[in-house]
Unconditional design. Structure first.
Length: 283
């Protein structure tokens, strides 16, 4: 029986399944295996080995209690009655672990505040007038983006901590459509951004402020059209510009592994239809 449990534990470590499902399987296996421990305890008692038998019986009861707690925790949404786990955790928890938990809470609070205040500096637009847009960046402009990212990190505007989540928590969110998570999340708005027309090219400038802004790319497409075609039909406004990319965790066969990718810029444009199309010579 114990050899079987060891084998299950070994192979579970090789299978890439969600953390909650894995814990459910472990709990079910432990529940079954614990009854084998009860069988051994009774055999000792029948053979007059009362000390060992009673000791194994006590271990069976303790294991049964914690298995029931796990059933409540991993299989239901109900609060387990007489749960002493928090008290045990408090007694055996190391001071550095407590400090780590407090730091995690502070960081999560910081992320929440940042997400609430991290709105674009170009105002608020109705989602119905927003279009995804694409920018093309030269190697020099990509270096500008990295430079801005470093400044944002120095100023505490860029938290590369995966939202304070552990690998297990990230894995639990993964499905067939999501196989990677970026350390900065889905994107962080640049503190300052603006669209400038230079020699007929729509360039996006971004930075910590207007004084330090740098070009990060040229708008090439708006929605399904190229920029020039879209501009002939619509008044276009830069609604949002965000930093994306950087360090990420990618789903592998046995868990997550970390890799680095280039920082890039991502924008959204707001539009308003023109009364008449813009002439070709004025586009």
């Amino acid at each position: 029986m114990f050899a079987f449990l060891t084998m299950v534990s070994h192979y579970m470590g090789m299978i890439n399944v969600k953390s909650r499902l894995k814990n459910q399987i472990y709990t079910a296996v432990a529940f079954v295996g614990n009854w084998y421990l009860l069988y051994i305890a009774f055999r000792f008692l029948q053979n007059g080995r009362y000390l060992r038998g009673l000791g194994l019986l006590a271990i069976f009861i303790i294991f049964l209690y914690f298995t029931v707690m796990n059933i409540y925790y991993f299989f239901t949404s109900k609060q387990a009655p007489f749960d002493v786990s928090p008290k045990i955790e408090k007694l055996i928890g190391k001071p550095e672990e407590v400090a780590e938990q407090e730091e995690l809470k502070r960081r999560l609070s910081r992320v929440e505040r940042q997400s609430q205040t991290n709105t674009g500096s170009n105002g608020v637009f109705n989602d119905e007038v927003l279009l995804p847009a694409r920018i093309s960046s030269t190697p020099a402009q990509l270096r500008n983006i990295n430079q801005i990212a470093e400044k944002m990190q120095q100023e505490g505007l860029l938290l590369s901590d995966y939202g304070g989540q552990t690998d297990d928590q990230l894995m639990a969110q993964m499905d067939d459509d999501s196989t990677e998570f970026y350390a900065i999340g889905e994107g962080v708005n640049f503190p300052y951004f603006i669209l400038k027309m230079e020699s007929g090219h729509p360039l996006i400038y971004a930075g910590m402020n207007q004084m330090d802004s740098l070009p990060i790319g040229e708008v090439t497409r708006v929605g399904l059209s190229d920029y020039k075609s879209a501009k002939r039909e619509y008044h276009l406004y830069l609604a949002d510009a965000a930093l994306i990319g950087g360090e990420r965790k990618v789903k592998g066969r046995s868990g997550l592994f970390t890799e680095n990718s280039a920082y890039k810029g991502k924008i959204q444009m707001a539009y308003k239809r023109r009364q008449t199309s813009l002439p070709e010579d004025l586009k």
